[in-house]
Design a protein. Structure first.
Length: 451
C-alpha cells in the first residue's frame, strides 16, 4: 500500500519523463523530479553513471517488488530552502553558517549512487584519511524469511579514475546489522579498518585495503538475562572516540554492555581481541540506543534511550547509579539518541513514529528544556550530527527528505538545506574524515551527497 506522501513507481517515471535535456515547462519553471528539492530550485538532467554490477544473483524476495528508482542518480544534491533564499532578515540569529569550505575537488559530482541487488539499511563511514577518496560500508537487509540470515556487507570506495562509487569487496554477515561503525582513527598510527556491527551479537571484521579482502575476527555475545537461554539481539552500538578501546552496545533485554577491544600486530599478523568489560541493567524495557559523550576528560559517560520513553546518563566509573535526563510525557518509545559531536551538553532524541527531533541540554535537568525540529511531512527514521560543527544536524525520513538544520537560527522550524531522494530514506551518516559528504540509504541504494 502506498503511503500518503510517497510517489508510486509509475508517478515517478511520469515525472522523470516530463523533464528533457534543458527544456523547461511552459510556465517557465521546471517540474519536480526525484532527487531534487521541491522548492523551485533549478534542476538539471542527470547524467549516466555505471554502478558496479559484479554481484551474485540475489535471493528472491518474498514480495519480489523491491523499491524501484531511476537508474541514473540526480546531478544536484542539497539546495537552500526557498523561503530562506527570499528571507530579508539579516539579523545575527538568522545568519547561515557555511557547512564546508571550498575545495579543489571540482571534478567531483554532487551525488554518487551505488545500487545493490538487495535492500540496504545500515551504513558507516571509514575514519581513515584517503586524500580525495573516501570509503564506506553498507549492509543488506533482506526482508523475506529465507534470506533474513543471508545478508552481506560491501565495502565501497570513491574511484578517482572513474569518478564513481565502486564496490571493492563483499562478504557474508548473517542477520542484518541494526548499526555499524568503523574504528576511530588514531593520530600517528596506521591501523587497518575495523568494522563493528550490532546484530545477534557484536561482530568484528577487519578490512585489508591492499588485498581488498575482509576477515571475520570475532563475534561477542553478552550474558543471557531475564530468563533468556541465549544472547538477545543488539539494537545499537557506539565507539568511544577519545578511548577507541571501548565499544558500547544496547540490547533488547534491557541491558547495556561495555566491551574492551584491543588490536595490534602479533607474530606478523594483525589480531583483534575483544572481551566484556561490564554489563548492566540500564532500563526496565528494551534499550534502543546508546551514545558516548565526546567530552575530553577521564569521565567515560554514555547515554541510553529506552522503549519506555526515558533517557538515562551513566558514568562508567560508577555504574550503580544513573541520572534520568529525559522522560517522555507520552511514554513514546525512543528509537535513537545522538550526542553532539562538538558540544558535550546537547543530545538529540528521536521518538518512535515522530515527525520531530527533540534537543535537550543536560545541564538543565531541573527544566528539562527541549527544542523541537519538525519540518518533515512524515515519520523521521534517522539523524546525524555534523562531526565538524556544533550547530548542524541532518534528519531523514519516510517523506524521502534529507533536511539539514542550523540549531542556532530563528525560526527553528525551517531547515537551511534540503534534498529529496527517490524513496523512503532509512538511515543517514555524516563523514568525519570528509565532512563535506553525507550518506543516505533508501531502497536498494546508497547515495553520497555533497553539502
Amino acid at each position: 500500500m502506498k503511503r500518503e506522501n510517497e510517489e508510486s513507481v509509475d508517478e515517478a517515471k511520469e515525472k522523470s519523463e516530463e523533464v528533457s535535456n534543458g527544456v523547461h515547462s511552459e510556465n517557465g519553471s521546471q517540474p519536480e523530479s526525484n532527487g531534487t528539492v521541491s522548492n523551485g530550485v533549478n534542476g538539471t538532467t542527470p547524467t549516466s553513471t555505471s554502478p558496479n554490477n559484479e554481484e551474485k544473483t540475489p535471493t528472491k524476495l518474498a514480495n519480489d517488488t523491491p523499491t524501484e528508482v531511476p537508474q541514473t542518480p540526480p546531478v544536484q544534491g542539497f539546495h537552500n530552502v526557498k523561503s530562506q533564499e527570499n528571507n530579508a532578515n539579516n539579523s545575527q540569529n538568522n545568519e547561515i553558517v557555511p557547512l564546508s569550505k571550498p575545495t579543489d575537488s571540482h571534478k567531483k559530482k554532487e551525488i554518487y549512487r551505488f545500487t545493490s541487488k538487495e535492500p540496504l539499511f545500515s551504513c558507516a563511514w571509514s575514519n581513515k584519511s584517503l586524500g580525495e577518496s573516501f570509503r564506506l560500508a553498507i549492509c543488506t537487509c533482506k526482508e523475506d524469511d529465507e534470506g533474513f540470515e543471508d545478508n552481506k556487507i560491501s565495502i565501497l570506495e570513491y574511484d578517482e579514475s572513474r569518478n564513481e562509487l565502486v564496490e571493492r569487496c563483499s562478504f557474508h554477515h548473517g542477520f542484518p546489522a541494526s548499526c555499524m561503525m568503523f574504528n576511530p582513527s588514531k593520530p600517528n598510527q596506521e591501523l587497518p579498518d575495523i568494522i563493528a556491527t550490532a546484530t545477534n551479537g557484536l561482530k568484528i571484521f577487519k578490512y585489508d585495503s591492499n588485498t581488498r579482502t575482509a576477515t571475520h575476527e570475532t563475534t561477542m555475545t553478552s550474558k543471557p538475562y531475564n530468563g533468556s537461554v541465549q544472547c538477545s539481539p543488539f539494537t545499537c552500538l557506539d565507539w568511544l572516540e577519545s578511548s577507541p578501546e571501548y565499544i558500547g552496545t544496547s540490547c533488547i533485554d534491557s541491558t547495556c554492555s561495555i566491551w574492551n577491544i584491543e588490536y595490534g600486530v602479533e607474530v606478523n599478523r594483525f589480531s583483534v581481541n575483544c572481551n566484556l568489560k561490564t554489563q548492566l541493567i540500564a532500563h526496565d524495557e528494551c534499550v534502543n540506543s546508546i551514545a558516548f559523550s565526546n567530552m575530553e576528560s577521564s569521565r567515560e559517560q554514555f547515554a541510553t534511550a529506552s522503549e519506555g520513553g526515558s533517557v538515562r546518563l551513566f558514568d562508567a566509573r560508577n555504574l550503580q547509579h544513573s541520572t534520568i535526563l529525559y522522560d517522555d510525557s507520552r511514554r513514546r518509545p525512543l528509537n535513537h539518541i545522538a550526542w553532539n559531536k562538538k558540544e558535550p551538553y546537547t543530545i538529540a532524541i528521536l521518538p518512535h513514529g515522530s515527525t520531530e527531533v527533540l534537543m535537550i541540554d543536560i545541564r538543565k535537568l531541573q527544566i528539562r528544556d527541549s527544542i523541537t525540529y519538525n519540518n518533515h511531512n512524515s515519520i523521521i527514521n534517522s539523524m546525524a550530527w555534523a562531526p565538524h560543527s556544533e550547530i548542524h544536524i541532518c534528519t531523514v525520513g519516510i517523506d524521502h527528505q534529507a533536511l539539514i538544520w542550523q540549531t542556532d537560527r530563528v525560526p527553528r522550524e525551517e531547515p537551511i538545506l534540503a534534498y529529496k531522494a527517490a524513496g523512503e530514506i532509512r538511515q543517514v551518516k555524516w563523514s568525519k574524515a570528509q565532512s563535506e559528504w553525507i550518506a543516505i540509504t533508501f531502497g536498494n541504494n546508497i547515495e553520497v551527497l555533497r553539502v
